[in-house]
Design a protein around this ligand. Structure first.
Ligand code: FAD
Length: 436
């Protein structure tokens, strides 16, 4: 048995960890294992990629099977990491159509969670750009699913519960350079921030760092970072190439003691971050813009041995102002917020297990302490009251009742699964906890 966890390092479970080196071995595992869940690179925060009976690492399947640099279409194995895919496609003038906040995510994991980027308001989720999925089912059949089919929609965001994704065909995004034109704006409070997101919908990318400890008139103050892929004529000679940037990350050398993160250190960090942000326009490389956290490898260790919870909710637009204010007020009162709390605007939902909805999503980290578990329960009640839901890729603790109420198309998903996998082959600690 191997002790494994998600990125939040809570919970840690003893699992049979299978690491097939190639496609044939992965398929053999799907056929022979009576129960299992696929695992990508373990960047989901909680227990979505953990099954004590068998956790099937897909990282042995990392091939680029086909790439058409004229059409911008690529077929890759599911275990390929997004960063490695960028290295392959960027020199040819292509980029990922959607990317989450870390490049250390596998393509299979990106489809299974239907990850969103800073462009969800315009581009939808990762799966909106997927032209086909090769999926291994519980009975060992391999099926090709395409957009428009129920199985395709259920697999995108289905958290590995419909089968094991073997390969993915992805449509890419044309870019002229490897640089991003970034514009930084300050928003004094939540109302200003929400108005700024709406007013800048025309920008491809938008994301805000929000000071979750600000209170009163400054509640929800944030730094809004807008971005566009820079055109060739916008960058200086020497900067205009398409070479992928790979900064060497620093590694967090030790687990931090649990007292290192407290309301004073977080407040001090937030104040400095707020003051240092320089409003205006600048050119940054794609790695700096999309993956700032990747510069610190194993940053999850700063939360100490007990690990941490990432709380990410989305609220419908009409309820976002009141709901976010209530959430931020509660967090500021508890003095429990994190260094990097993120606010984004999302667009329409996709499949039956879609997290996204038209509205605002807020994500922040809490050390996994008993007090913060109780705080998260309180936040759940606020999210539920405002018609919102939590993101499964970040969840490690939500209760089944709240989950079932907040994912209205769950029965549709369960019916499809019952038809495909009557024996219940595919399950995770998360799916059992939530009764999916
Ligand atoms: C620093 C950081 C920033 C992040 N930013 C964002 C963000 O901006 N937007 C966002 O949406 N998410 C974000 N995430 C979450 C992350 O993108 C998702 O959790 C993603 O699913 C992780 O992919 P993975 O390869 O690590 O998969 P894992 O964490 O290993 O697994 C995640 C889920 O995918 C399933 N899965 C993985 N591979 C397969 C496969 N081959 N077949 C079937 N199912 C599979 C697993 O069963 C599990 O349910 C972030 C995570 C981190 C750590």
């Amino acid at each position: 048995m191997t002790r494994l966890a998600g990125w939040g390092r809570f919970p840690r479970l003893d699992v049979r960890h299978l690491a097939p080196p190639d496609r044939a071995a992965a398929l053999a595992a799907v056929v022979t294992e009576p129960e299992l869940i696929a695992r990508g690179n373990g960047r989901a925060y909680g227990d979505a990629a953990l099954n004590p009976r068998a956790t099937l690492s897909m990282l042995g399947l990392r091939g680029v099977l086909a790439f058409d640099p004229d059409a911008g279409r690529v077929v890759v194995e599911a275990g390929l990491l997004l960063g490695d895919l960028i290295a392959e496609i960027l020199p040819h003038g292509w980029f990922l159509p959607v990317t989450p906040g870390t490049k250390f995510v596998s393509v299979g994991g990106a489809v299974a969670a239907d990850v969103h980027g800073k462009n969800h308001h315009g581009a939808g989720g990762f799966s909106a750009h997927v032209a086909g999925i090769e999926l291994a089912l519980a009975d060992g059949r391999i099926v090709a699913c395409v957009p428009g089919e129920a199985l395709f929609a259920a697999t995108c965001g289905g958290m590995g519960l419909t089968g094991v994704i073997l390969a993915v065909t992805l449509r890419l995004k044309r870019v002229e350079t490897a640089m991003i034109r970034q514009e930084t704006r300050r928003c004094a409070n939540l109302a200003e921030a929400m108005a700024a997101f709406e007013a800048t919908r025309g920008w491809t990318y938008s994301v805000a760092w929000i000071d979750c400890l600000a209170r009163g008139a400054a509640l929800g103050r944030c730094i809004l970072l807008l971005g566009e892929h820079a055109r060739r004529d916008e960058v200086a000679a020497g900067q205009g190439g398409l070479a992928p940037v790979r900064r060497r990350g620093l590694r967090v050398p030790v687990e931090f003691p649990s007292w290192a993160l407290n309301r004073w250190s977080v407040a001090a960090f937030n104040e400095i971050y707020w003051r240092r942000a320089r409003p205006g326009s600048t050119l940054v490389d794609h790695d700096t813009y999309f993956y700032p956290l990747d510069a610190v490898l194993e940053w999850n260790r700063i939360y100490g041995r007990a690990g941490f919870l990432q709380y990410q909710c989305v609220l419908p637009k009409a309820a976002s102002a009141a709901g976010l204010a209530a959430i931020l007020t509660r967090i500021a009162r508890a003095g429990a917020g994190s260094f990097l709390s993120v606010l984004k605007l999302l667009g329409a939902p996709a499949g039956p297990m879609a997290f996204a909805m038209e509205g605002f999503t807020l994500a922040l980290d809490f050390p996994a302490t008993p007090g913060n578990f109780a705080l998260c329960d309180e936040l759940d009640a606020i999210v539920a009251d405002h018609g919102g839901r939590l993101y499964l890729a970040k969840d490690a603790r939500m209760g089944g009742d709240f989950f079932r109420r907040s994912y209205p198309r769950l029965a549709e998903f369960q019916a499809l699964r019952a038809g495909l996998d009557p024996g219940g082959t595919f399950w995770s600690a998360q799916s059992r906890r939530l009764g999916i």
